[in-house]
Design a protein. Structure first.
Length: 159
């Protein structure tokens, strides 16, 4: 499955090196929420790390049934192959049955480069916005891009 996304470019930084020197990944840091609605539909929401997301009403925007709760750690491990604290949009590569809906915050997509964990939280991977969309589509998870946050991140100035 990964061979279908071989044209996606990324850069990585090992966060374990931070005790020696500070390394800053180029791009906007993202955070992720693994959510489940009352009927068991699953959503992986990716937004800027400083975004504010109103969980009480998010289900309406995303078409969920009833309010969202956080998805169980066991299900996250089973479907995304990650532990809590390491949730990442890259985890959908492990969701072969495509049970998880990938959601990208519109404020996140205003940035050219996005930083995410590469399935572990000791590293950071920088990926171009369009390459992240390409990756998600190639894994069978075409992203839903909606304004899910009241982000305080400033968009990158145009090149």
């Amino acid at each position: 499955m990964v061979s279908r996304v071989s044209t996606v470019a990324f850069e990585g930084i090992d966060a374990r090196a931070v005790d020696v020197q500070v390394q800053v990944a180029p791009g906007l840091p993202a955070f992720n929420l693994f959510l489940k609605d009352k009927k068991g539909a699953l959503f992986l929401v990716t937004a800027p790390e400083d975004a504010t997301i109103e969980l009480k009403s998010l289900h309406r925007l995303l078409g969920g049934t009833g309010r969202f709760s956080f998805g169980p750690a066991e299900l996250m491990q089973e479907l995304l192959g990650v532990e809590p604290g390491a949730v990442t949009p890259f985890g959908v590569v492990n969701d072969v049955p495509a049970r998880v809906t990938a959601v990208l915050d519109q404020a996140l997509m205003a940035h050219g480069t996005i930083n995410c964990h590469p399935l572990v939280n000791t590293m950071t991977t920088s990926i171009k916005r369009d390459d992240l969309v390409t990756f998600l589509k190639a894994t069978g998870h075409p992203p839903v891009i909606l304004p899910v946050s009241g982000s305080v991140s400033d968009p990158e100035p145009p090149p």
